[in-house]
Design a binder for this molecule. Structure first.
Ligand code: GUN
Length: 282
């Protein structure tokens, strides 16, 4: 039987609606959640992401400011701006859009963002708190994956979860979040010996490798839940995930489409984290 579709567009809209209500409630208590987004240079994809983040903030009533800096900005200038934003009481969240130009040390920049404003959840301290199960911000894309599972009524407890990909932004944090929800977690990567055999064990399969359609239906256990984080553009212009949708759909019980699955969740969870940051301040 073909899998049910985990509709990220619809679920992200529900999350945003919830955030909007939370913003209204906070505003009635005199707190106006605020987010600063910093963009360095003119990467076209980053420009689109930043515009979308600003628009999404406006739609739910979050105060938003975008700092667009030229690609020639020095590291010290960028760090000075972040330190200023750290001190600004109007702002509860700060996000520096990645990638940064080569002459800037990304790690140093992320580590300069105040921990209580790190709504991207990328700083080493935040990740450390995630590892030990302490209070932290969940990085937005993995957080979106977990919300999708929750909305489909899937409890990871006791299930075998396989994460394909070990990036700091998705693979590692989503594995930790599944572990925190009591799944038995395997992380696979480019050196994994028999990827297909590992994937076939998965009750929950998260694909985050950035390789178009590399996970095919024969690698999926009957009834598995498949979360596809990949967004790849083929030469013919078509957008596809890391999972071969049509063959995977025949085996899975639930599957996220690309586009319209995990993608729309990322900004929704950024809004959620910004409101959470504002709440923690009160
Ligand atoms: N570039 C691509 N995705 C992201 C993201 O989630 N956060 C930041 N800061 N930069 C990105």
């Amino acid at each position: 039987m073909a899998a049910q579709i985990l509709d990220g567009k619809q679920i992200a809209a529900e999350v945003r609606e919830g955030v909007k209500k939370e913003v209204e409630e906070l505003k009635s208590k005199g707190i106006h959640p605020g987010l600063a987004v910093v963009l360095v240079g003119d990467n076209p994809a980053s420009q689109v992401y930043v515009r979308n983040k600003h628009k999404a903030c406006e739609e739910v009533g979050i105060y938003s400011e975008v700092h667009r800096l030229p690609g020639t900005t020095s590291q010290e200038e960028l760090l000075a701006l972040i330190r200023k934003l750290n001190e600004d009481p109007k702002l509860h969240g700060i996000l520096v859009q990645l990638p940064l130009p080569d002459h800037i040390d990304e790690k140093k920049v992320i580590d300069t963002i105040a921990l209580d404003k790190d709504v991207d959840g990328f700083s080493p301290s935040n990740v450390g708190n995630l590892v030990i199960g302490d209070k932290c911000f969940y990085p937005c894309t993995p957080y979106g994956c977990m919300v999708l599972l929750e909305k489909a009524g899937i409890d990871p407890k006791g299930k075998k979860a396989v994460v394909v990909g070990r990036s700091n932004i998705v693979g590692k944090p989503v594995a930790l979040m599944l572990l925190a929800r009591h799944a038995t977690v395997t992380i696979c990567h480019s050196r994994t010996k028999d990827l297909a055999a590992e994937c076939r064990q998965a009750d929950i399969l998260v694909a985050a490798v950035g390789k178009p359609e590399m996970i095919t239906g024969d690698m999926i256990k009957e009834g598995a839940v498949v979360i596809d984080v990949g967004i790849n553009r083929l030469d013919n212009g078509k957008l596809v995930g890391d999972v071969h949708f049509e063959s995977a759909r025949e085996k899975a019980s639930w599957i996220t489409p690309v586009p319209g699955g995990v993608g729309p969740m990322t900004i929704a969870m950024l809004l959620k984290n910004t409101v959470e940051a504002a709440r923690r301040r009160c």
